[in-house]
Design a protein around this ligand. Structure first.
Ligand code: S3P
Length: 436
């Protein structure tokens, strides 16, 4: 792949306009998987046409699931039923997607056939024991490369339900176990250290599978049937995050983000920015397919630093790169703790953000589980996104308020979660272009 670099220049004026960001990544992955395992045809609207979710669709396609694309952002999934997938000897490539790989590990652990999940360079460095260990306790047989991908999943294992207390708050761990639990004898119960996004639970319910769940706890038992339903995917708040922070930091701005998913386990960034003094309001709050959605109105207001409360960390785990940028321009010190999980995302996001902000003259001290960021001015510089989509987009917003342009290396992976970011951003006043 040819390397793609970006150049982000300061905004010429305020950011203005309506923005509709692409569909939610977490919901899109799950809608494909449950649609595939259901009896009947499910229609997904608002599907994220990103590389991560397309990789999941391609894998399910190799396993015998037929998809139609009536229009971009739509999929018709012809479900094959819980036991209708067909094995393949071909490696199943999850690309950059940790969610794809970890959830599919749970789903494939219950099949009668063997499969091998592989990923790109970044995914091949990410920890998988967090899912393979509890799946093994359920009776699955999975080989890893010292805890890392590829995952070689041996089919034909009889799974048994377990009660599991994950050591970290992770919707991916919970979801992998619940998916395996569909194929297990007895009850599979996951009790989390802190509640995480509950899309797997709500979608199981929507597809007609009996499930008991409350924040932080979910129980399923094997032996039921999934029935096709239509899924409306909300706009992804993790993609909206870049526009939310951009409007907060560029003087005079006002952006309207339409139809954003507001699942309470995803709105930590809004809470954090409000603590920092941001001006954010929600209009047209409504429910769509069982999910809260709304339009966000974000207006510029000077931010101040905060000591971020620990309990909102899991509710904004993907939004930290953008928050680091907000902290870098806020008045005073922002302290982030309890976020060690950031070190095992698409890149080590604490290290990537610290190195990039330092290159732009920001005073930031790395902590093992967070950072201390002294707000002030952002200068120009050249930074490396480490192939991490969220690092690349965060420095695109840093460039809006930097005293000189920021060159951002290795931005191709923005397409994993946010195809069309540059065009959408430039439409509301960003000055983002390809470098070189
Ligand atoms: C996701 C869960 C989170 C998040 C990821 C999507 C999901 O990961 O970072 O982008 O869809 O379940 P963890 O569960 O590892 O925290």
């Amino acid at each position: 792949m040819t390397r793609l670099d970006w150049l982000s220049r300061a905004a010429v004026g305020a950011l203005r306009g309506d923005v509709v960001v692409p569909g939610d990544k977490s919901v899109s992955h799950r809608a494909l998987m449950f649609g595939a395992l259901a009896e009947g045809t499910s229609h997904i609207r608002g599907f994220l046409e990103g590389e991560d979710t397309r990789a999941t669709a391609a894998i399910l396609g190799k396993l015998g699931v037929r998809f139609e694309t009536p229009a971009p952002g739509e999929r018709r999934v012809h479900g094959v039923g819980l036991h209708g997938l067909r094995g393949t000897t071909e490696p199943l490539d999850c690309g950059n997607a940790g969610t794809g790989m970890r959830l599919l590990a749970g789903l494939l652990a219950g099949q009668a056939f063997d499969s091998t999940l592989v990923g790109d360079e970044s995914l091949s460095r990410r920890p998988m024991r967090r899912v393979t260990d509890p799946l093994t306790t359920m009776g699955a047989s999975i080989d890893t490369d010292d805890g890392k991908p590829p995952l070689r999943i041996h089919g034909g294992s009889a799974l048994k339900g377990i009660t599991y207390h994950p050591p970290v708050a992770s919707a991916q761990i919970k979801s992998a176990l619940l998916l395996a639990g569909l194929y297990a004898e007895g009850k599979t119960e996951v009790i989390e250290p802190h509640p995480t996004r509950d899309y797997t639970e709500s979608m199981l319910k929507a597809f007609g599978w009996p499930i008991e769940y409350s924040p932080g706890k979910a129980t399923v038992e094997g032996g039921h049937t999934l029935h096709a339903v239509d899924v409306d995917v909300p706009a992804d708040i993790s993609s909206a995050a870049f526009f939310i922070v951009a409007a907060c930091i560029v003087p005079g701005s006002e952006l309207h983000l339409k139809g954003v998913g507001l699942n309470p386990r995803r709105t930590g960034l809004l809470a954090a920015l409000e603590l920092m003094g941001a001006d954010i309001s929600v209009e047209n709050e409504r429910s769509s397919g069982g999910e809260d959605i709304g339009d966000l109105i974000v207006r510029y207001r000077r931010l101040h630093g905060v000591a971020l409360p620990l309990d909102i960390v899991p509710d904004m785990i993907d939004e930290f790169p953008a928050l680091f940028v907000a902290a870098a321009v806020a008045d005073g010190l922002t302290t982030i703790r309890g976020a060690a999980e950031l070190r095992v995302k698409e890149s080590d996001r604490i290290a990537s953000m610290a190195a990039g902000l330092q290159a732009c003259g920001v005073k930031i001290d790395e902590l093992p589980d967070g950072a201390m960021i002294q707000g002030g001015a952002i200068g120009g510089g050249t930074i490396d996104s480490h192939g991490d989509h969220r690092i690349a987009m965060s420095f695109a917003i840093a460039g809006l308020v930097a005293s000189a342009p920021i060159t951002i290396g290795d931005c191709a992976n923005v397409a994993t979660s946010f195809p069309g970011f540059m065009e959408l951003a430039n439409g509301v006043g960003f000055q983002l272009e390809r470098a070189g």
